[in-house]
Design a protein around this ligand. Structure first.
Ligand code: SAM
Length: 316
């Protein structure tokens, strides 16, 4: 493991934040560039004269906001970022200030939760909020948004309610950018026992479908493919779709950046989800988990997760 991967997380929350930080380079490789470029062009065509208002839901520790600035999606924006976890928002605040400093921005801060980053040709005004997205109403912060971004988020919630709510927050003809929507296929190589491997992954996907949050079903292991129908049912117009599969593999015999940590976190998530499953022989499962961990330590494990990115607009 590299230094970040070797860090000991002191709590589940710390572990999740280290995972989100490790995920950044995995996501950088995965994001579909055709979909990204289409969004960039739409923003350039429609918001050349004034800063676009952007709402990011489920922002985590803010890595997508860093990416929006780093990859120059647009030169100026008023970004509102939401997450239901206070500690994630607090970490996003720290990370973004440090990121802006490292990237030559002047940092202004109107309040604790509002960051202003400026450099020649670029201006970003970022408001961070701890709030549950489903409880969030547009009049809490301002008028309707030009663009809503949901990155690695929609597969965790009830898709239809989420799209309905997002569309109510967007201006007529407003843009959506929904990325890394899991689409029902996970692959681990090398195989341990192909039948048992498939059983574990089927049960893991089923556990995503059975997730309950606050008493309601939340999550869908086939969110990617289901987005076509759900967007259509709300009158959404898809401009571009493309695959954004995670592919984590040893490069020249080693995992890059903190990607070993990302793999360990994924294996631990599967272990936690299925450690009480009566559909698995738990002794064989414990051995399976231990072998997967050993494959990571030996820089052998390849992990692929199939996902889809979407860009489009709401009805005008
Ligand atoms: C898988 S993480 C992705 C975070 C970030 N988009 C990224 O890719 O690094 C999902 C995030 O959504 C947040 N979240 C889950 N349900 C939420 C809700 N109902 N409202 C707001 N945030 C939520 C979680 O706290 C978590 O930070």
């Amino acid at each position: 493991m590299n230094s970040l991967g070797a860090m000991r997380a002191t709590s589940e929350n710390d572990a999740f934040q280290i995972y989100l930080a490790a995920k950044k380079t995995v996501d950088d490789r995965a994001l579909n560039r055709l979909v990204w470029e289409r969004l960039k062009q739409m923003l350039a065509d429609e918001h050349a004269d004034q800063a676009a208002s952007v709402l990011e839901i489920g922002t985590g520790i803010g890595t997508m906001i860093e990416r929006i600035m780093e990859w120059e999606l647009l030169p100026a924006a008023k970004i509102t970022a939401l997450d239901s976890s206070y500690t994630n928002i607090a970490q996003a605040n720290r990370r973004l200030r440090s990121w802006a400093n490292d990237h030559g921005f002047e940092i202004g801060q109107e309040t604790n939760d509002r960051l202003i980053f400026t450099k020649t040709g670029a201006h970003f005004n970022i408001q961070l909020n701890t709030v549950d997205f489903f409880a969030f109403q547009s009049d809490q912060i301002g008028p309707l948004w030009d663009l809503v971004v949901a990155h690695a988020f929609l597969d965790l919630v009830d898709l239809s309610s989420a799209i309905g709510h997002i569309f109510s927050l967007l201006k007529p003809g407003g843009l959506f950018y929904f990325t890394l929507n899991f689409d029902g296929l996970s692959i681990f190589e090398p195989a341990i026992d192909p039948l048992f491997d498939s059983l574990v992954l089927d049960l893991y996907h089923e556990s995503m479908d059975q997730r309950i949050v606050k008493g309601s079903p939340s999550g869908d292991s086939k969110t990617g493919r289901h987005l076509f129908e759900t967007l259509h049912s709300y009158g959404g117009e898809i401009a571009e779709v493309g695959a954004s599969d995670w592919v984590i593999y040893p490069q020249k015999g080693k995992y890059v950046h903190a990607e070993a940590y990302f793999l360990h976190f994924t294996i631990t998530t599967i272990e936690k989800q299925l450690s009480h499953s009566s559909a698995l022989d738990q002794d064989i499962f414990a051995t399976w988990i231990a072998k997967r961990r050993a494959q990571i330590e030996q820089h052998e494990l390849v992990y692929i997760a199939h996902q889809l990115d979407f860009v489009g607009r709401t009805p005008a």
